[in-house]
Design a binder for this molecule. Structure first.
Ligand code: F6R
Length: 615
């Protein structure tokens, strides 16, 4: 978590850094700060709160400007969010300044050591310890900044991406990465540094992504020098051309990124299957799957590892893989999997799902599975992310940047990729007839248009949001393929409106949650025509007879549920395995509208961050 930005070159650093921080706020937004070298001195300004507050403060504090600077937007790990704990932090001499994303695990013992040597600390952060360790090494060993950073990092346990500069040497920034992402934008006589490429996309399309355990010395008018932190070997920089454009990371007329991303789903799903699905010819082609077909076909089972919404997409895939390809599937929270000594065999296929490709627990689960010999396949959105690089093979979702903290288009595009894989494997294994296979492909091809139709319910969903916005609890029920959608609907509501919500398999209701039902409790029931329809109608009857208020998500034209429910939201008809792609839409809209009506910060809900790069 935390976003970091830096600039060194011939332009004014401040506007680049402040705009960059705004784009990285999805990574954390409890405090922010900036350090600028104005040509003669170092100016630091930092504050609790969002980047907008930093901007207001800077207007008063920093008048002069310069062409070297670093900035940070924080998601607190060590020390509460306040002005003092906000980054940048500087060393006791006031010469060195640092921004840091990650956690230094052995900071307490390092701090003690440094205190014994006379160092004092203003903040509670691990970062202030690190910058003083660097300073201590620099003085003690009489080395340059780059070497001091390297020696210090070799004493550190934990995860980091950092940027450091010395006010006495304002032509150089030193950066390093272990476990948290870091990109360098290469311009003409200028360099940009950021947690992802969005802060510099309008200045350059050329970027180097640092790998784990790499550091770079970025010096004006010199080539970037990259070396391994631990063994000191030099690394050849690999300059990538970025595909992202500015439009993709702006709101495009929508009030919030979340709404924009909900509405982008028809095109995002189309982008996900573009070039992979040829429905008329009855073909699915995914190079990551084709190249590893033997591994998939010999798999005893598939283990899915993921967190949050991506875990919900994994749960949907359990139904698809088992139903269509007849491969047993286990879906694991990456955070549990990594620590419980799981039984993993060489012929297990592990599928890791992650929008950001940076989730620390998922990354650790992948490393564990690989160490036990499993083949690991990644389903990621962010191209070149840590998980995309760490996995043996994979398939991108191609959803485009997702900036709203609540995941929306990532979920539906993950399901799309997983469906494509399951169908491809089912065909190869012969567990699906050719007519059924063809039917699935044709239906999948029509999904973007159907998602578009599902979005037409927006205004009606808003009226429902208005009725229920002040309740304290919600229950979400679904069965089969739509049980994970119920979990996802509840998560969406919780995270952006702070209303308590639970998702349950509908039939489990009578084993406990039914006790909660009264006329204050809205219950969202996913009751599409395909899949356990009669059973779910019975569940609705049970709720009705206990005065529960029902919001049904139903197939267009449904009559039975309409008679029983207080409200019904229709989605177009499709085959059962694809219903999650449609039933999810009204649930996303419902949580969005409730959160907006309650005045919540939809794109940046409290306590959350988009990329969870700490465990
Ligand atoms: C919920 C949400 C989170 C993420 C989770 C995993 O809306 O966004 O639950 O799904 O943190 O993130 P990724 O997919 O980036 O690994």
């Amino acid at each position: 978590m935390c976003g970091i930005v830096g600039y060194i070159g011939h332009r004014e650093a401040y506007p680049i850094i402040i705009e960059g921080l705004k784009r990285l706020e999805y990574r954390g937004y409890d405090s922010a700060g900036i350090a600028l070298f104005d040509g003669t001195d170092l100016k630091v300004s930092k504050t609790k709160g969002k980047v907008a507050e930093l901007e207001n403060r800077i207007k008063k504090e920093i008048t002069s400007n310069g062409s070297l600077g670093i900035g940070h937007t924080r998601w607190a790990t060590h020390g509460v969010p306040n002005d003092v704990n906000a980054h940048p932090h500087y060393s006791n001499s006031g010469d060195l300044v640092i921004i840091h994303n990650g956690i230094i695990e052995n900071y307490a013992s390092l701090r003690e050591e440094l205190q014994k040597r006379g160092y004092t600390f203003k903040s509670e952060t691990d970062t202030e310890v690190l910058i003083n360790l660097i300073e201590d090494v620099k003085i003690k060993e009489d080395v340059k900044l780059g070497q001091a950073v390297q020696i210090a990092l070799n004493q550190v346990v934990g995860a980091y991406s950092i940027a450091v500069f010395d006010k006495n040497k304002p032509d150089e920034i030193v950066i390093a990465r272990l476990g948290s992402p870091l990109a360098i934008g290469i311009g003409e006589d200028e360099f940009f540094i950021a947690s992802d490429a969005s802060p510099f996309i309008e200045y350059t399309k050329n970027a180097i992504y640092l790998e784990d355990e790499e550091m770079a010395i970025i010096r004006l008018n010199k080539e970037v020098k990259i070396r391994k932190i631990h063994d000191d070997s030099l690394v050849d920089p690999y300059v990538q051309e970025l595909q992202m454009n500015l439009e993709q990371i702006e709101k495009g007329g929508y009030d919030h990124f979340m709404l924009k991303e909900i509405y982008e789903q028809p095109s995002a799903i189309r982008d996900t299957y573009r070039g992979r699905l040829k429905a008329n010819q009855g073909i699915i082609k995914m190079s990551g799957v084709e190249d590893n077909m033997k591994k998939f076909l010999n798999a005893n089972r598939i283990i899915v590892v993921a967190c949050g919404t991506s875990w919900h997409a994994g749960l949907v895939s359990e139904y698809i893989f088992e139903d269509l390809a007849r491969i047993p599937v286990e879906v694991e929270y990456a955070s549990e999997f990594r620590y419980r000594n799981p039984v993993i065999h060489e012929n297990d296929v592990v599928i890791a799902i992650s929008q950001s490709g940076e989730t620390a627990d998922t990354l650790a689960a992948i490393k564990l599975a690989k160490s036990k010999g499993a083949f690991v396949f990644g389903v990621c959105n962010v191209v070149g992310s840590s998980i995309a690089r760490e996995t043996d093979a994979g398939a991108y979702t191609h959803a485009g940047p997702e900036i709203g903290v609540a995941s929306t288009k990532a979920f539906t595009t993950q399901i799309t990729v997983l469906t494509l894989i399951a169908l491809r494997l089912a065909r190869a294994k012969g567990t699906i007839s050719s007519s059924d296979f063809r039917l699935h492909l044709l239906e999948l091809e029509m999904i973007p248009d159907k998602v578009q139709k599902a979005l037409d319910s927006d205004a009606y969903v808003k009226t429902i949001a208005d009725i229920y916005k002040n309740v304290k609890n919600f229950l979400y029920l679904g069965r089969g393929y739509n049980f994970p959608v119920a979990l996802e609907g509840a998560l969406k509501l919780k995270e952006i409106s702070y209303i308590h919500a639970e998702g349950y398999p509908a039939a489990e209701m009578k084993h406990g949650p039914i006790a909660l039902i009264d006329d204050d409790m809205p219950i969202v029931v996913i009751a599409t025509k395909k899949g356990h329809y009669d059973k779910i109608v019975s569940n609705i009857q049970e709720i009705k007879s206990r005065n529960g208020r029902i919001i049904g998500i139903v197939t267009k034209g449904d009559k039975t549920v309409k008679e029983l429910a207080d409200h019904v939201i229709e989605v177009p008809e499709t085959i059962e395995s694809l219903t999650p792609l449609l039933t999810t839409i009204p649930l996303q809209l419902l949580s969005y509208h409730i959160a907006v009506m309650l005045g919540k910060n939809v794109d940046q809900p409290r306590n959350l961050a988009k990329s969870v790069t700490v465990e």
